[in-house]
Design a protein around this ligand. Sequence first.
Ligand code: NDP
Length: 328
Amino acid sequence: MGTFKAIRIDKAEKGTTVALTQFDEADLMDGDVTVAVEWSTLNYKDGLAVTGKAPVVRRFPMIAGIDFAGIVEQSSHPQWKAGDRVVCNGWGMGETHLGSYAEKARVKGDWLVRLPDSISTRDAMAIGTAGYTAMLSVLALEKHGLTPGSGPVVVTGAAGGVGSVATAILSKLGYHVIASTGRMSEADYLKGLGAAEVIDRAELSGPAKPLAKERWAGGIDSVGSTTLANLLSMTKYGGAIAACGLAAGMDLPSSVAPFILRGVCLLGIDSVMCPLPQRKLAWSRLASDLDQGKLADITHEIGLDGVVDAGAKILAGQVRGRIVVKIL
Ligand code: NDP
């Protein structure tokens, strides 16, 4: 057994340290599948982990990174064999299980999803956990009964990772997308992804009224706090908001008025422990409902040595779209 390159996080007297270093293969955790990781990505949670800004990491030493795409190297799991192309999101990777910013990962075969033929390992990570979460949000809205005929849909944090992919998917599905952003300079970018309208997030960030003018039939919110409260108060009778993020805060200063007077639903989205059948559905829908040209437009590439700097930028709201991390 040898060593491989990895971004390692260790506990320090004050906080944590992070370093791109060699990791001993013998120290990989239990799992029945070993994967040669080709690509990973940078998600908001990765930013929190590599900067130590929030206690995402709960085991030391840790390899950072919450998702990967790669090729199975070795497997004792009945479903997987060497050479299979796989994607893995969440399940505690980078938190309690050694993560994906590494040339090798060892995980449970039950965590893996087979990549659809039309999605390369690079594209899988251009989508990443952010894009897969955007698709889980779309699936939740569809399950609620939302269709393009129901009315406009709002996407918050639209220039970010979840928001960019959500905007691209919803517009391809025929929705009238209202993209909310704090970066009005990105209006052309968002229109290029298919947004019909771009609004300044300041419109949604003040204290929310219990009920306000009905503006949309549904929405995908990656921001939380007063933004989510405003979204709910502006949702049409019978509509729904899928809540998946907390870029502005974990609080929800809302009232029950939208729920009990307009029958509005708040749909919670979790990608980390999401059951396998729903993951498979999300990845197959990403193959059909996300325009690959748009995905290329929203993505840029860094190496493992760029992850820590990019992690600080994503927390500062300075990353547009998606970042893929080249591993091999
Ligand atoms: P990004 O940083 O790429 O996007 C977040 C966007 O939110 C920013 O680009 C910005 O968009 C907006 N934003 C940032 N700060 C604020 C603020 N203070 N007030 C209002 N808007 C703000 O992150 P991701 O897209 O990767 O993740 C978004 C959120 O979703 C995160 O909170 C993340 O933890 C969560 N998430 C949850 C998952 C789940 O399983 N539930 C899975 C994946 C992500 P703009 O400039 O357009 O305003």
